[in-house]
Ligand binder design. Structure first.
Ligand code: PLP
Length: 335
């Protein structure tokens, strides 16, 4: 597999000045709780509020000169990243979404300069529309995780963490399609082969975890989660992120919705950080005792801040949260 640190070093140059080199700061509370130094890589501070800008910028800047524009079907952070990156290069971007996507998300992506196409009632319908645009309008589709330039862009996070702290012993990475975990693990292990890189997902609908266990990409049922950015499959024809995660991650771990709920409160009340449920899965795994005895210092990636503030308020107030057919029992912080 031709993917290496050199791809990530090239990405670092390509994205410089567009995606920021973010702060890597201590969490005094988690350091006290776990007994080893604990650090947070603040990707919530990127211009679009999430790390996906890195991969999107690297992919868009590496397209041929005669490209007509780009498309993707993400309603979330990847869609924002592609929209921002395309605007930066002066390219047309068409982001496809199902008709069920809330208007606020449509408006958010339009505000970044992209066209939005809504059609159908599912993510699959949106993907079909996006692929149609590849055929009919000559746009290039950018995968959220299964693309070497995207993975290299996300890998610059691992590079920055090791440049700032060469003594890092463990990195805890939120895991969905695996573009982030693959890039970070390749970067970190090229610099220090002994470092532990652990991928963490929610326990319902963890496609990469199930695929690694099976030894091949498998489909899992997608269910609502507080870590909504970690939902979705890895693609049955996965080309790169599956093999890299399988080969480079030391372990994958799952956390419950209650553990995510509590960890979101911890990150806010202890570290004063507003972040998505997807960001706190590493903190959740440590506080629940599912991970222990890790070599320190330990770093995790606060991947994004694009969450529903109404729901955030309810979690901080300790209220119950209904997610589809399940109820996450609330609890006021510190009680
Ligand atoms: C996309 C995303 C992830 C997971 O990244 P993958 O490359 O799909 O594993 C984690 N957190 C946030 C906020 C994201 O947007």
């Amino acid at each position: 597999m031709a993917f290496a640190l050199s791809d990530i070093l090239a990405a670092r140059q390509t994205i410089a000045g567009v995606a920021d080199d973010t702060p890597f700061v201590p969490s005094p509370f988690m350091t006290r709780e776990t007994g080893s130094e604990f650090l947070l890589k603040l990707e919530n501070m990127q211009p679009i509020g999430a790390f996906k800008l890195r991969g999107a910028v690297n992919a868009v800047m590496n397209l041929a000169d005669d490209v007509r524009g780009v498309t993707c079907c993400s309603t979330g952070n990847h869609g924002r990243g592609v929209a921002y990156a395309a605007a930066h290069r002066g390219l047309r971007a068409v982001i496809c979404m199902s008709n069920l996507v809330p208007q606020a998300k449509v408006d958010g992506i339009r505000a970044l300069g992209a066209e939005v196409r809504t059609c159908g009632r599912s993510q699959d319908d949106a993907l079909a529309e996006s692929l149609k645009l590849v055929e009919t309008e000559g746009l290039v589709e950018i995968s959220p995780f299964d693309d070497p330039y995207v993975i290299a862009g996300q890998g610059t996070i691992g590079l920055e963490m090791l440049l700032a702290r060469p003594d890092l012993g463990t990195i805890l990475v939120p895991l969905s399609g695996g573009g982030l975990a693959a890039g970070v693990a390749v970067a970190a292990k090229a610099i220090n082969p002994a470092i532990k890189v652990i991928g963490i997902s929610m326990d319902r609908g963890a496609a990469m975890h199930a695929s690694i266990a099976e030894g091949r990409p498998v489909e899992v049922e997608e269910v609502a989660s507080l870590a909504d950015s970690l939902g979705g499959g890895i693609g049955m024809n996965n080309k790169l992120s599956f093999a890299l995660c399988r080969d480079y991650l030391d372990e994958t771990v799952l956390v419950t919705e209650e553990e995510i709920y509590h960890a979101m409160q911890v990150l806010f009340y202890e570290d004063r950080i507003v972040a998505e449920g997807a960001c706190v899965v590493g903190i959740a795994a440590l506080l629940s005792g599912k991970l222990s005895g890790l070599p320190g210092p330990v770093g995790t990636i606060i991947t994004g801040r694009n969450l529903d503030m109404g729901m955030f308020h309810r979690i901080m107030a300790g209220e119950d949260i209904r997610l589809g057919d399940t109820l996450v029992k609330g609890r006021a912080y510190g009680t």
